[in-house]
Structure formats: structure tokens, C-alpha cells
Design a protein around this ligand. Structure first.
Ligand code: SF4
Length: 446
């Protein structure tokens, strides 16, 4: 099998660094695991470990933020799902520093048992940033930030992740024959796996801390760090698993499926609704997003409000598209709605009332005073629906008038709401004059 690791231009690491040994083991494991190269994604963290991207020129690589590689890989795996029978297999390369900065991301990935393999390069210190101690630094070990020895005991990553339900955890030294084999087993597992490679950073762990290869061996044999496979469990079946034929997360509840024939859109459309915090502005837009998704549309929602939830403005930006939404930013919206002065001020501040970004259709509650140059339709939104339901009523009316999808999709979105909220939404729907029966003969629009 062809090697993925390409060292024809040399290695970028310091002389004697353990990273090249870990990458050799990774190369062996990727080949042994038999994952098609186009379904492998290496997700690297910040640090010397991140230099691995360029060493694997034939694979997908993503360079992440410090500590966030596991979170990014988890999202990638869940979003990408399968290509035929082939799941995306992200392999996260992270140091001991990134592991402890992003510890909860590792914990969460283990809890989800998502199909991601994490390879921890544990050389006991932060290498690239200057030899500082990390959460995995041994007690008493000298680093640039603990010149008299690290004050705290090291986290045992295996035990931490075992407590989170980790399906596979193994530890080996680098270099060693076991490392590649253990890693291959982790990669083959259709769920979360973590392999910790113990290795040497000659520049800091050896020079400052006095660590040697012999010291590493003693640390694992005498220091209580168990080696080999420490956790091995069956993959959990569950709604979060993607990429092995299990269902996607349920959006609509049991027995309700999206109906793509309900879409009426030929192009992406956008709606902005702005009002007063606490008046369910964002949940109104969310109902439209879920209804759009129920009609088989791509749907995204961006929301904004001040820190508190009950004072000031509340804004929601909805995008619906016949294709998946690749860009969630606001262009020139098709519809902008203001239900309260706080919302009107936000629309003005964002340039959506007048000028080149002005929405094509602007609807304001009749009590508001929009700028004279804005072309606004005024409607008794608050009088008709009450303050708390003005945004919902306005969104229902505007989307129904635009005919973006078959109104039966509203009922699917209502079913996705908690039962206690459904009756009031249906009342608003009736007041808005929206019939959830099939709308016959509607033209495509957008
Ligand atoms: S600083 Fe340490 S971890 Fe980074 S390349 Fe040099 S030896 Fe390796």
C-alpha cells in the first residue's frame, strides 16, 4: 500500500523530537486500517503537532484553533456522514497542551462516541510556545513555568475519558511497534477512540526537565501510567452516530418526515425579524426554519440579542434555500419585519430599511416610526396578535404570503415544538389567516 507520509522535503521538527516517530506510526495505522484516503481527514491542533499537515500531502488536512481540534472533527464527522458506505474518518492530532486546553471537547466526543480518532502527542510540555507545563506534566517535573517542579499531579487522560464512556483508549511509547497497531485498532473502530503516544521533546522536556528515553520508560513502568489498551467497548448505537447507517438526529419527532415536494423555492431567500427581547422573536424565526426544513429546504438561523434575554432587542436572520445553505451571512433580505421600537432600531442600524441593503419588503408594526425614506408597509401586528406573539404572527403572515413552501410544513414544525406550546402557535396561525391545508396550484417563487 502507498504511504501517506511524505518526507522528501525533510521533517520540520528539532533533532531527536518524538513527533516523526508518531507520524510513522500514524502512517502505518492509516494503511493498516484500510480507510480510503479520500475519506480520511487529519485535523491538527496548534503547536509543533500542527506541522504534520504538510507531511501528508495526499490527505485532507484541516488546521484548527488551539484545543478545538476534537470539536471541529466531531462536527465534521456528524455533518459529513457517509459517502455511500464510507464514513468520514477524522483523525485528530493534538499535543498534551491542546488536550488539556480542549479537555471538555475530548470528553464530549467520547460521550457522543462519535467516529473520530484522537492521537495525543504527549511530550509532557507545550513545545512550540516555549516548554510550559501542561495538564499532563508529571508531578515534580521541571518546565519553563515550573522551574522547581510541577506542583500538580498529571491528569490520567485514559481515566478521565473512561469516566466519559470512552469506547477505546490506548497508550504506547513512541517509537514502539505497538503504537501503530493500537492506533490502527482505534481508527478501525466505528466510534470514538483515543491513543496517547508518550514521546520526547529534546528541546524542552529533555533540556529543562532532564527527561530521557530511559526516563520515559521508567515513568510508565514505575510511575503508574498503564500502557496498552485500557478501554475497549462496543460502539454505542444512538441517534448521534453518523457514517455507519444509523439515523441522523431526529428533528421532527417520531412519525414525521420532511416532504421535499413542499418546497416552492428556486433560489435562496432571507427573512429578518427584529423586535423586543422576551417577545419570542427568535422562536418565531425558528418555527419558520423548521417548517422550511420540513419542506426539504436548507435552513439556517442566526440570532442576536444583548446579554440578557428579557431586555433590549432581539433579532433573527433566517435563510432558506433549495440547496444546502453554504453561506449564512445576510445579503439583501427578501423580507424584514419590525415588531417593536428596539427591533426597528436594529434594522436601521444594519442598513436594512433604506439604501443598497434595504430589504425588498419591509413590514413594521403600525405604532412604529420608520425613517421617511424607507418603503414600509405598516400593519397592526401587536394589536392583532398581542406583543408576545406579534413576531410569530408577522413571520407566519409574511412567509405564507411569499409562498416559500406548502403551508402544511407549518404543522410539521408545530409538532416539533413541546406539546404545551402547540395550541398557542396554532391560534396565532389561525389569526394570521394561514391555512395548513394543501395550497393547490401555487407557483414556484423565490
Ligand atoms: S520544540 Fe519539542 S516538540 Fe517541538 S519540534 Fe522541537 S523537540 Fe519537537
Amino acid at each position: 500500500m502507498t504511504a501517506y507520509l511524505d518526507t522528501t522535503n525533510g521533517q520540520p521538527y528539532c533533532k531527536g523530537c518524538g513527533h516523526p516517530h508518531v507520524l510513522d506510526a500514524l502512517d502505518h495505522a492509516l494503511q493498516a486500517a484500510g480507510v480510503p484516503p479520500h475519506r480520511i481527514a487529519l485535523v491538527t491542533d496548534i503547536g509543533c503537532v500542527g506541522l504534520a499537515d504538510a507531511q501528508f500531502p495526499t490527505l485532507h488536512t484541516v488546521h484548527s484553533l488551539h484545543g478545538r481540534a476534537a470539536a471541529l472533527a466531531t462536527g465534521m464527522q456528524l455533518a459529513a456522514g457517509t459517502d455511500g458506505d464510507e464514513p468520514l474518518k477524522p483523525v485528530v492530532l493534538v499535543g498534551d497542551g491542546g488536550s488539556t486546553i480542549g479537555l471538555l471537547h475530548l470528553v464530549h466526543a467520547a460521550q457522543l462516541d462519535v467516529d473520530v480518532t484522537v492521537l495525543v502527542h504527549n511530550n509532557l510540555i507545550y513545545g512550540m510556545t516555549g516548554g510550559q507545563h501542561s495538564g499532563l506534566t508529571p508531578h515534580g517535573f521541571r518546565t519553563t513555568t515550573t522551574p522547581d517542579g510541577c506542583l500538580t499531579p498529571p491528569l490520567d487522560l485514559g481515566r478521565v475519558l473512561a469516566g466519559a464512556g470512552c469506547g477505546y483508549f490506548a497508550r504506547a511509547r513512541a517509537p514502539s511497534n505497538e503504537l501503530g497497531e493500537l492506533l490502527a485498532e482505534g481508527i478501525r473502530r466505528p466510534g470514538f477512540a483515543c491513543v496517547e503516544a508518550l514521546e520526547l521533546c529534546p528541546t524542552f522536556a529533555a533540556r529543562i526537565g532532564g527527561m530521557t528515553g530511559k526516563g520515559l520508560r521508567e515513568m510508565t513502568s514505575e510511575g503508574g501510567l498503564a500502557m496498552g489498551v485500557l478501554e475497549r467497548r462496543e460502539p454505542r448505537a444512538g441517534p448521534v452516530r453518523r457514517g455507519n447507517g444509523d439515523p441522523a438526529p431526529a428533528l421532527f419527532g417520531a412519525g414525521i418526515a420532511p416532504e421535499p415536494t413542499w418546497s416552492r423555492l428556486q433560489r435562496p431567500v432571507q427573512l429578518v425579524v427584529a423586535g423586543r427581547a422576551g417577545e419570542r422573536v427568535q422562536s418565531a424565526a425558528k418555527l419558520a426554519a423548521v417548517a422550511g426544513a420540513a419542506a426539504g429546504l436548507g435552513a439556517t438561523l442566526r440570532t442576536d440579542n444583548p446579554v440578557t434575554q428579557g431586555r433590549g432587542f432581539s433579532v433573527a436572520e433566517l435563510t432558506l434555500s433549495p440547496e444546502a445553505v453554504r453561506y449564512t451571512g445576510l445579503d439583501r433580505p427578501d423580507i424584514a419585519i419590525a415588531t417593536a421600537p428596539e427591533g426597528l432600531a436594529q434594522l436601521a442600524q444594519r442598513g436594512l430599511l433604506a439604501g443598497p441593503l434595504a430589504a425588498h419588503r419591509i413590514v413594521c408594526d403600525e405604532s412604529l416610526e420608520p425613517p421617511a425614506e424607507a418603503h414600509v408597509e405598516r400593519a397592526p401586528l401587536r394589536k392583532r396578535h398581542g406583543g408576545a406573539a406579534a413576531a410569530l404572527g408577522a413571520v407566519l403572515e409574511a412567509v405564507d404570503a411569499a409562498g416559500w413552501f406548502d403551508p402544511r410544513a407549518w404543522e410539521v414544525a408545530i409538532q416539533a415544538r413541546p406539546e404545551a406550546q402547540r395550541a398557542s402557535v396554532r391560534r396565532t396561525l389561525a389569526k394570521a389567516g394561514v391555512s395548513v391545508r394543501a395550497a393547490r396550484g401555487r407557483r414556484s417563487c423565490g
